[in-house]
Design a protein around this ligand. Structure first.
Ligand SMILES: [Ca+2]
Ligand SMILES: [Ca+2]
Length: 464
């Protein structure tokens, strides 16, 4: 388990920083809810206080978040999993279990040679799923091997469901109204077209999308998507009725000649935020619970690629009070768990996030994939002992290593190194009265060395 602090206030006096009191710190603890999964795609909190989950190969399960017990509901042989295709988003009826309806989306065959994306409804009965109903003709959402969508979201005010679809890696689809790829679709819960959709008889709500995997309501009932750009400009969008979001004529913001021209011709809408280089945002949810003050009024976004090579993370994208601009973004769990695909939030403010290391693009560890729980952990003091019997030299560490000097009675003690965000970044044992501490992967910054002797002591040092 990692403990981390946010809200550390660093006060720099000359080159030596002093830490303020840590009484305002909130600690985010993480722990495994369940491991040994295969590419969980959707996780959501159900009214039965369980996590409901799809895995891309075709299984839907309930997971007890307290015990990690998994109850499989169905494994669907009709799901076609490859590259980015397979079983994807899921949602429950807002009044579940009355009616006991579950909605999901998957790639499957429509005939011997072609694939489509199925939007379906199941009925939940005694820990199984029965009576599958196909809500939209799957030939209208052409199934690709990549860019297949699909996140689902029900508006409980008018009982309509929104579904993001990918462009199936076809440049023509997103601007073509008759094809459902590269769109946000809107339907009644029986699959019919709502009377107030922008195009009579069509499920298309907005167009010009490349591949949105995040779809969530935020403040003021604004609807957000997170979207995969090309090699540049991943996006956060606010989705409006009949909006055109520009793809493939515009990637990200309309900031080049042809993009500007298309935007003025088509009234295309700019994203509210972009990332370049791209990081591949997955699922997102809006968070505004007091459990984690540092996450309030933000979109929590599961990031798939991040910096690549497994160096991915979760992002909290903080919003302004109107919800129409991102004021800053903060990364969590950088490089610690690999790729993240989706998030879920419990009513008590706990956050759950799922990894996606077995999706063929990750570097799975033995017990991947997993669902992690984020919880408010007891605070741990890392106050620095000003009269410490342990010292580090040279400090700042400018070379490959420094030496820790400590009294004989500390020899054999374990230590850890905590970074300025309160994360334990290294642990080890001090074998000698002068023990070498390698710089290794320590980035530039301020650290605290904590030694667990009979009388614990600590000292701070700087790496630059
Ligand atoms: Ca979710
Ligand atoms: Ca652009």
């Amino acid at each position: 388990m990692y403990l981390r602090f946010v809200g550390f206030i660093l006060l720099f006096i000359s080159a030596i920083p002093l830490f303020a009191q840590e009484d305002s710190l909130t600690v985010i603890g993480t722990k495994d809810v369940i491991t040994g999964l295969d590419t969980p795609w959707e996780i959501l909190w159900g009214p039965d206080n369980h996590i409901w989950m799809t895995e891309r190969y075709g299984r839907i399960s309930r997971v007890n978040p307290e015990t990690g017990e998994l109850t499989p509901l169905i494994t669907m042989p009709e799901v076609y999993e490859t590259a980015e295709a397979g079983l994807m988003g899921m949602t429950l009826h807002p009044h579940f279990p009355d009616p006991p309806y579950l909605y999901t989306a998957y790639t499957g065959k429509v005939d011997d040679s072609t694939y489509g994306v199925y939007i379906v409804r199941f009925t939940y009965a005694r820990d199984t799923l029965v009576d599958k109903q196909i809500l939209i003709d799957p030939r209208r959402i052409i199934g690709g091997t990549i860019h297949d969508g699909c996140r689902l979201l029900i508006d409980s005010n008018d009982m309509t469901m929104y579904v993001t679809t990918g462009d199936g890696e076809d440049y023509w689809y997103p601007q073509t109204d008759s094809i459902y790829n590269g769109k946000v679709l809107r339907m009644n819960l029986d699959g019919s077209v709502p009377d107030d959709n922008p195009i009579p008889g069509s499920h298309v709500w907005s167009k010009g999308h490349r591949n949105a995997q995040g779809l969530a309501y935020g403040p003021h009932h604004l609807m957000y998507t997170t979207m995969h750009g090309t090699f540049e400009e991943d996006e956060i969008n606010i989705i409006v009725k009949d909006g055109n979001y520009g793809w493939p004529n515009i990637n990200g913001k309309a900031d080049f000649g042809d993009e500007v021209a298309f935007a003025s011709d088509s009234s295309a809408i700019d994203p509210i935020y972009t990332w370049t280089p791209t990081i591949a945002p997955g699922g997102c949810l809006y968070y505004d619970h007091e459990e984690f003050p540092q996450l309030r009024n933000s979109l929590l976004i599961a990031i798939l690629k991040g910096d690549g090579d497994g160096n991915s993370y979760m992002i909290a994208a903080h919003l302004d009070s109107a919800g129409t601009a991102v004021t800053d973004t903060v990364r969590y769990f950088y490089g610690e768990y690999g790729r993240f695909r989706d998030v879920a939030i419990a009513p008590d403010g706990r956050v759950f996030i799922s990894t996606s290391n077995r999706d063929s693009k990750g570097f799975p560890r033995q017990d991947d994939d997993r669902i992690l729980m984020l919880y408010a952990a007891p605070q741990v003091s890392v106050a620095v002992d000003e009269q410490s019997t342990v010292s580090i030299s040279p400090n700042p560490m400018t070379g490959a290593a420094s030496f820790v000097t400590l009294p004989h009675e500390f020899v054999g003690a374990s230590y850890d190194i905590v970074d300025a965000l309160g994360r334990i970044v290294r642990t080890g044992t001090l074998e000698f009265t002068q023990s070498r501490i390698e710089r290794g992967t320590l980035a530039e910054g301020v650290y605290i060395l904590r030694v667990q002797g009979d009388v614990p002591c600590s000292t701070r040092f700087v790496v630059n």
